[in-house]
Design a protein around this ligand. Structure first.
Ligand SMILES: O=C(O)CCC(=O)C(=O)O
Ligand SMILES: [Fe+2]
Length: 167
């Protein structure tokens, strides 16, 4: 990904190599009021990259693009890769974290498994010079520990937690 943006691969690799990965298993039971509730509120993930496995044939993940929600096909055995907030900050906005949510169904349960690739908790996360180059710095720097704490403390609310870091 770094190469695609004209940066050294080592610039991003160094942030995530050997660092912890978190895993969350999401279980969405059927709900008779499925059209009135969400399984998971809109958010972007507070990590570098997320790799997501969905139970085959049961759609539920939606991503927001240009203000509209789009369903992501649940293909058998396919992994979905989502850009997280840390990658958006490090790349000075060249990569955008994916705003997403999960809907549920009236008669069918759904399961997904997300693996979050995180940087070291002590890392100061801010735009990397290689990604800023002639551009202006677009995000305030913060420690990953603080960013994650704020994210976990607040209710899921789209990309608001990231907006607060924008300059
Ligand atoms: O269930 C899904 O497809 C999405 C899960 C998710 O966004 C998450 O665990 O952060
Ligand atoms: Fe997520």
């Amino acid at each position: 990904m770094a190469k695609g943006m004209g940066a050294e691969p080592a610039s991003l690799l160094g942030m995530f190599e050997g660092q912890p990965q978190g895993m969350r298993m999401n279980y969405y039971p059927p709900c008779w009021q499925a059209d009135q509730v969400l399984g998971l509120s809109p958010h972007s993930d507070a990590c570098g990259l997320t790799i997501l496995l969905q139970k085959k044939d049961v759609q539920g993940l939606q991503v927001k693009r240009d203000g509209k929600w789009f369903a992501v096909d649940a293909l058998d055995g396919a992994l979905i890769v989502n850009v997280g907030d840390v990658l958006e900050i490090l790349s000075n906005g060249k990569f955008r974290s994916a705003e997403h949510r999960a809907v549920i169904h009236q008669n069918t349960e759904r399961i997904s498994v997300a693996v979050f690739h995180q940087p070291c908790q002590d890392l100061i996360v801010g735009p990397l010079p290689e990604f800023v180059k002639g551009d202006k710095v677009r995000y305030r720097s913060t420690s990953y520990r603080d960013f994650l704490t704020q994210f976990l403390k607040a209710k899921l609310d789209g990309k608001n937690h990231l907006e607060k870091l924008k300059l």
